[in-house]
Design a protein around this ligand. Structure first.
Ligand code: PLP
Length: 350
C-alpha cells in the first residue's frame, strides 16, 4: 500500500518553464524581465543587517501591504501579501471553494489553474475561448471561483474592461483577476476590486518589477476576502529579505514604467517581425507574444530554436500545440530570434 494519497499519485503537477544554467541560452521562455530591477532593490539588500535574520520576519508584511494600499488607494485591510502571486492563487483555491464546488478558468490560460483544482480535489470547470482566443462565456455559467488572467497567458490578449466588469457583476462566486502582466497593458481592472465585493485582483513583482527570483505577489479586494486568505497563509509567508527588497521596488515606479515602455516597444518590433515572416500574431498586451508559425509545426520550430541556443515556450495540447509563446527580451535578443527564424525559413525546414 502506497503511503501517498491517491489524488497525489494521480496528480499531474504544474510544469514550470525550464530554468537552464545562466548564459546557456537566449532565454525567452518564462516571461521574466530582461532588465534589472530598480537600483533601490540592490541598495535595500546591501543595507540589510544580516543580524535581523535571527528574528522571524513580520508575519503580516505590514510595510509592504501599506505601500500597496497607498499605491492603489485602498485601506490596508484590502491588501494581502503572498509568496509570489502563485501563493495568492493557491490560497484562493483553499478559501473560496467548498468540497463540492468547482474552479473555473478559460482554456487556454495559465496552466496552474487546473492544477489548483486537482490539488483541492474539486471539479474543474473550464470555458473554451473563441477560436481566435477572444472572450467567450456561455450563458448561465457558474462556479465557486473563477481565475481570469488579464492579459491572458499564454495569448497576451486583453479582454475588454466592460466585458470583464459585466461578467464579475453577474457572477455569484469569487472572481480572481490575475493581473500578473498588467503593467504591459493599456488598462487594468483594479477599479473592480474596489467596487465589487466578489473580485480580487492579483499582482506580482515577478514580471514588470524584474523580481521573479524574490517570490512576492499581492491581492487587493474586499477585506472579508483578504481576511480569509490571512487565516490560511503560512505564519511567515514572506521572508524578511524579500519584504524589504519588494518594498524598495514598489517605491520606484519610474524604473518599472521605463522598463515596461522599452518592453512594449520591443514587443511591437517582435510582432512586426513575426508577421513579416508570415506567422499569425495575436495582439499582445503582455511581455510575450503568442504566434502560430507559417509552415513548420510549432513543436519542431521550438526544438530547432533550442538547438540554436534560443529558448522559447511550447505548450502541447489541442488549443495550444500549433502555437509558440515568445517572451519579449532585449532588442538584441529579439533580433537574434528573428534572424534565427529567417534562417530556418531560408534553409527550407519550414
Ligand atoms: C498568469 C500568471 N499568473 C501568475 C503567475 C505567477 O507569478 P508569481 O511569480 O508572482 O508567482 C504567472 C507566472 O508565470 C502567470 O503567468
Amino acid at each position: 500500500m502506497s503511503p501517498i494519497r491517491r489524488s497525489v499519485v494521480a496528480l499531474e503537477a504544474y510544469a514550470p518553464g525550464e530554468q537552464p544554467p545562466p548564459g546557456k541560452f537566449i532565454k525567452l521562455n518564462t516571461n521574466e524581465n530582461p532588465y534589472p530591477p530598480s537600483p533601490r532593490v540592490a541598495e535595500a539588500l546591501a543595507a540589510f543587517d544580516a543580524g535581523r535574520l535571527r528574528l522571524y520576519p513580520d508575519p503580516a508584511s505590514a510595510a509592504l501591504r501599506a505601500r500597496v494600499a497607498e499605491m492603489h488607494g485602498v485601506p490596508r485591510e484590502a491588501v494581502f501579501a503572498g509568496n509570489g502571486s502563485d501563493e495568492v492563487l493557491a490560497l484562493c483555491s483553499r478559501a473560496f471553494v467548498e468540497r463540492d464546488g468547482a474552479i473555473g478558468y478559460f482554456e487556454p490560460s495559465y496552466s496552474l489553474y487546473p492544477v489548483l483544482a486537482d490539488i483541492r480535489e474539486v471539479a474543474r470547470r473550464p470555458v473554451a475561448l473563441a477560436d481566435d482566443f477572444t472572450w467567450r462565456m456561455p450563458a448561465g455559467y457558474a462556479c465557486a471561483l473563477f481565475f481570469l488572467a488579464r492579459p491572458n497567458a499564454p495569448t497576451g490578449i486583453l479582454y475588454p474592461h466592460a466585458t470583464v466588469r459585466d461578467f464579475c457583476r453577474g457572477f455569484a462566486g469569487v472572481v480572481v483577476i490575475d493581473e500578473a502582466y498588467v503593467d504591459f497593458a493599456s488598462r487594468d481592472c483594479m477599479d473592480l476590486a474596489r467596487e465589487l465585493d466578489n473580485v480580487l485582483v492579483a499582482r506580482t513583482v515577478s514580471k514588470s518589477y524584474s523580481l521573479a527570483g524574490l517570490r512576492v505577489g499581492y491581492a487587493v479586494g474586499h477585506p472579508d476576502l483578504i481576511a480569509a486568505l490571512d487565516k490560511l497563509k503560512d505564519s511567515y509567508n514572506i521572508d524578511a529579505l524579500s519584504q524589504s527588497a519588494a518594498l524598495a521596488a514598489l517605491s520606484d515606479h519610474g524604473h518599472m514604467r521605463a522598463n515596461a515602455a522599452r518592453i512594449r516597444a520591443t514587443r511591437g518590433r517582435l510582432m512586426e517581425g513575426l508577421a513579416a515572416l508570415g506567422c499569425t500574431v495575436y495582439p499582445s498586451e503582455a511581455n510575450f507574444v503568442w504566434t502560430r508559425p507559417a509552415r513548420a509545426p510549432a513543436r519542431d520550430l521550438f526544438a530547432r530554436l533550442r538547438e540554436r541556443g534560443i529558448l522559447i515556450r511550447y505548450f502541447p495540447g489541442a488549443r495550444t500545440g500549433d502555437c509558440l509563446r515568445i517572451t519579449v527580451g532585449t532588442d538584441a535578443e529579439i533580433d537574434a530570434l528573428l534572424a534565427a527564424l529567417r534562417q530556418e525559413e531560408e534553409s527550407g525546414h519550414e
